[in-house]
Design a protein around this ligand. Sequence first.
Ligand code: AMP
Length: 215
Amino acid sequence: MKLVFLGPPGVGKGTYAKILVRKYGIPHISTGDIFREEIARGTPLGRKVKEYVERGLLVPDEIVIEIVRQRLSREDCRRGFILDGFPRTIEQARALENIVSIDAAVHFYAPMEVVIDRISGRLVCPRCGAIYHVKYRPPKVPGICDVCGAKLVRRPDDRPEVARRRYEIYYKTMKPVIEYYRSKGLLIEVDASRESAEEVVEELERELRRRGVIS
Ligand code: AMP
């Protein structure tokens, strides 16, 4: 199952990916996560991309494409993968085609209000990275991480006005990529506005089955 995940920040891609990873044993590859990790470890790649990532600018295509090429060549990607955060440009989409043929590009969509509601209630654990939501996934003890006991925080860019802006920017920049996959017949659109992440994933699985990607 070789998938590209598309959808605005906060729509729930990470949650859906986690369900599929558990069920199908394929890796979830997020270019943003790769960069953040390299930066935290202070590697040569990390030093190269630090400035772009910290300023929210796109890392140059040739750097990202090379990283993805290397990652997809690893053994664990043979049976499939979920690519998240890549491609971000048409050039990246074309480059991906030369690396591997994907089965589908999945666009998770939901109205802006739904996404903002999800983002602005989000709480994260600064120590172990666990993610909660005040309404949809509250911690057992308010404000405290179930996993490691640290005090939960809100990310500064999870404020509603920032979330709104990120949603708008997402569609402005990603529309060509979404249309690119539509024109190739590879686009699957999944309604991500329902509350149950399992149901969202089931809808995706039904479509993947219909297309013969899974049995
Ligand atoms: P994300 O977590 O996907 O929002 O990515 C965080 C940051 O990593 C982005 O703001 C970019 O600076 C960089 N980045 C991640 N994926 C890409 C990509 N496909 N192309 C260019 N830059 C990227």
